[in-house]
Design a protein around this ligand. Structure first.
Ligand code: BG6
Ligand code: MG
Length: 219
């Protein structure tokens, strides 16, 4: 393994809760409650697909494409307001140590996120400079479980897909890693992420896995 590709929301930073709160606010305005039990389905999927899921849970139909675009833009506006002041304190436990250890071992690291705010968030967290490649929702057309986001990251790193490990908290993300011929580490529930090669409950456990990774010479 020579590269680690990180998902963003729910792996590097706890932004999944802000996505949820922004959708919940939108749902409230449309007159229904978006329950946390449906939130898992939104993880890793694109903004427009998330909107379809949210509307479906509220039993809402018949919106034109233009109206859907307005709703998605409104949710994004709420989300951007919520993350306006995000900083290093919201990086998930163990992530800085894991990244530092990977760098020492000469692993390449990349971001593979569905979010159009991916690069901006990494910059706010002061992590962007550590990443050898950043692929976010602005660079890809097909959302996870399509592997495009991870395959693009591997191409930018010039590392073959089979030498990459993806770290993901979403079922759609693990499916995407597998579809791209990559290895995967799932962070979260053993039941939901059962297709991952390794599952940890929290990002704090990632540094423990690193001990088993080989060292590479530079270049
Ligand atoms: C993913 C999140 O990382 O990005 C999804 O898990 C989100 O919940 C998706 O919908 C798209 O994000 P954005 O910021 O482009 O709306
Ligand atoms: Mg995620």
């Amino acid at each position: 393994m020579k590269a680690i590709i990180f998902d963003l929301d729910g792996v590097v930073v706890d932004t999944a809760k802000y996505h949820y709160l922004a959708w919940r606010k939108l749902a409230g305005e449309l007159g229904f409650e978006f329950d946390i039990s449906n939130n898992e389905r939104l993880k890793g999927v694109s903004r427009m697909e998330s909107l379809s899921i949210v509307l479906e849970t509220g039993g809402m139909k018949g919106f034109t494409e233009e109206e859907k675009k307005e709703l998605a833009d409104r949710k994004n506006k709420y989300y951007l307001q919520m993350i306006r002041d995000i900083d290093e304190s919201e990086i998930l436990p163990g992530i800085p140590e894991f990244i530092a250890g990977l760098k020492e071992r000469n692993y390449k690291i990349a971001l593979g996120s569905a979010s159009k705010s991916g690069r901006m968030i990494l910059e706010k967290l002061k992590l962007a400079g550590l990443f050898d490649a950043i692929v976010d929702g602005n660079l890809v057309e097909r959302a996870k479980p399509d592997p495009q986001v991870f395959v693009t990251a591997a191409e930018l790193l010039k590392i073959p897909c089979e030498s990459c490990i993806v770290v993901e908290d979403a079922e759609a993300g693990i499916e995407a890693a597998r579809a791209g011929g990559m290895h995967s580490i799932g962070v979260g529930s053993k039941e939901l992420l059962k297709e991952a090669d390794i599952i940890v409950e929290s990002t704090a456990e990632l540094t423990g896995l690193m001990e088993a990774l080989p060292l590479y010479r530079k270049n």
